[in-house]
Design a binder for this molecule. Structure first.
Ligand code: HPA
Length: 271
């Protein structure tokens, strides 16, 4: 079966479950999936029931699509995403973004947990992603290009939508929530970085480092979707604090998730 046939089959299956007119795709990162619990008029679809969807394996990721209304918008949220380090290809990791677009989404909100590289950041800060560095060594667009989906050589001059970013910043100011701005650098994972890699990342212009987001945003740009990206800085990156563990990542997202949810909801409302 060709990629386009799979995409059509998945899209039609999701539509058959009652999903229609998606405006925004939402990708909810580690510990941030609770936002989907606030979606009303819901249709919930577990990943394992969706044709051509893989199953996510990371603790703290529910593994389902939630469709419905959030802040007055029709959204399709991924509660749990697929990561390259799980062994999925970049094409598989980004397949849900193709599906969102195919269901009508012209915009995407992408969120993640990441390590702070910028020395002025603190654990618990939220960061508006202004740009990204693909340091995974791979790219989801490698291979034959389907011109129906997007161009062979996509422009990445504005990977994150400036207008959306400005709205999010204004909302954060109103809510008195700290919203840093910065560049997200995507590594393959699953290891956290070494202190030397973190120094390299900073020299290269990164403000935060993580293991997701970059492939999804490449594919969204390929299809000319507008992207809003929000990082939760869950820890300072390696070498900047004593040591790192997944528990701290989960604890920090627990602590800031109320602010995170308010920021996304009010921003969605104004977009
Ligand atoms: N590095 C990479 N990914 C992460 C980190 C980190 O320090 N924290 C949360 N996700």
């Amino acid at each position: 079966m060709s990629f386009m046939e799979k995409l059509t089959e998945t899209t039609q299956f999701i539509q058959s479950q009652g999903v229609k007119d998606v405006e925004f795709g939402l990708i909810l990162g580690s510990g941030l999936g609770e936002l989907a619990d606030e979606i009303t008029d819901r249709v919930v679809i577990p990943y394992e029931s969706i044709p051509h969807f893989p199953v996510s394996t990371v603790v703290g990721h529910a593994g389902q699509l939630v469709y419905g209304k959030l802040a007055g918008k029709n959204v399709l949220a991924m509660q749990g995403r697929f990561h390259y380090y799980e062994g999925h290809s970049m094409q598989t990791v980004t397949f849900p973004v193709r599906v969102m677009k195919s269901l009508g989404a012209e915009s995407m909100v992408v969120t993640n947990a990441a390590g702070g590289v910028n020395t002025s950041f603190s654990p618990g800060d939220l960061m508006l992603i202004t740009d990204q560095i693909n340091y995974t060594g791979d790219n989801p667009l490698i291979g034959l290009n389907d011109d129906e989906l997007g161009p062979r050589f996509p422009d990445m001059s504005q990977p994150y939508d400036k207008e959306y970013g400005k709205i999010a910043k204004d909302v954060a100011d109103e809510l008195k929530v700290t919203l840093q701005k910065g560049v997200y650098m995507g590594f393959s994972g699953p290891t956290y970085e070494t202190p030397a890699e973190v120094r390299m990342a900073r020299l290269m212009g990164a403000d935060a480092v993580g293991m997701s987001t970059v492939p999804e945003v490449i594919v969204a740009n390929h299809m000319s979707m507008r992207v809003l990206g929000i990082t939760c800085v869950t820890n300072l990156a390696a070498g900047m604090q004593s040591n790192l563990n997944h528990e701290e990542v989960v604890e920090t997202t627990e602590r800031v998730k109320a602010h995170f949810k308010e920021l996304i909801k009010l921003t969605l409302e104004r977009i």
